[in-house]
Design a protein around this ligand. Structure first.
Ligand code: ADP
Length: 193
C-alpha cells in the first residue's frame, strides 16, 4: 500500500498536487479541508461549528477534527493506498495518525512537504479569494493561517525526518514540474516496495 501525507503552507498547492497523485497512482484522497468545506456548504450542525474556526484561520479543535478524520478513515476501504491532505496539521494529529494506521497495518511511506515563499502564498491566496470567494482567503485570515502553519504544522518536518519519510519539494515551480518531482519520489518508493 502507498500511504502518503502531504503538507505545506496554505496555498502551497497540496490540493492540486493531491488530485494529480490520486489520478496517476489510483489512491484515495482524504482532505480534511475539503470535508469541512462540504459540511459548511451543506450547513450541517458540524459545518456551522467548523466555520467559526476556519473563517478566522484557526484550526478546528483537535478532538473534533480527529473524531471526524477517524470516522472518514473507517468508512473508506481502499487497497492501493491513501493520500492524507491537511491532516495531520500538528504533532498531536501526526502521532494520532500513526496510531490509527498502525492499528490498520497501513503505515505511511512518504511525507511530502511543499515549500513556498510567504509572499507567493499571500499573492496566490488573495487571487484565489477573489476568484472563488473562499471565506478564509482574505488578507487578515491568510496572514494568521501562515503564522499558525509555522508554529504548529512546520514541526512535522522534523517529525517525519526522524522517521526517514520526509521529502521536501519546492512548490514555487510550475504545477507540472512540482508533480514531476513528486512522481519521481513515488516511482522510486514503488520500485523499492
Ligand atoms: P489551506 O489551503 O489553508 O491549507 P485546507 O483546505 O487544508 O487549507 O483547510 C482549510 C481550513 O480547515 C484550515 O485553515 C483549518 O481551519 C481547517 N482544518 C483543515 N484540516 C484541519 C486539521 N487537520 N486540524 C484542524 N483544522 C483543520
Amino acid at each position: 500500500m502507498l500511504n502518503i501525507v502531504i503538507f505545506g503552507a496554505p496555498g502551497s498547492g497540496k490540493g492540486t498536487q493531491s488530485e494529480l497523485i490520486i489520478k496517476k497512482y489510483n489512491l484515495h484522497h482524504i482532505s480534511t479541508g475539503e470535508i469541512l468545506r462540504q459540511e459548511i456548504d451543506n450547513q450541517t450542525e458540524f459545518g456551522r461549528l467548523a466555520a467559526q474556526y476556519t473563517n478566522q484561520g484557526h484550526f478546528v479543535p483537535d478532538d473534533v477534527i480527529i473524531k471526524m478524520f477517524a470516522e472518514v478513515l473507517d468508512k473508506t476501504q481502499h487497497s492501493k493506498g491513501y493520500i492524507f491532505d491537511g491532516f495531520p496539521r500538528n504533532i498531536l494529529q501526526a502521532t494520532t495518525l500513526d496510531n490509527l494506521l498502525r492499528e490498520r497495518k497501513m503505515p505511511i511511506v512518504a511525507a511530502f512537504s511543499l515549500t513556498v515563499e510567504d509572499a507567493d502564498v499571500i499573492e496566490r491566496l488573495t487571487r484565489r479569494g477573489k476568484l472563488t470567494g473562499r471565506a478564509d482567503d482574505n488578507i487578515e485570515t491568510i496572514k494568521h493561517r501562515l503564522e499558525v502553519y509555522k508554529e504548529h504544522t512546520e514541526p512535522l518536518k522534523d517529525y517525519y525526518k526522524k522517521q526517514g519519510k520526509l521529502f521536501i519539494i519546492k512548490g514555487d515551480n510550475s504545477i507540472e514540474n512540482v508533480f514531476d518531482e513528486i512522481s519521481q519520489v513515488i516511482d522510486r518508493l514503488l520500485y523499492l516496495q
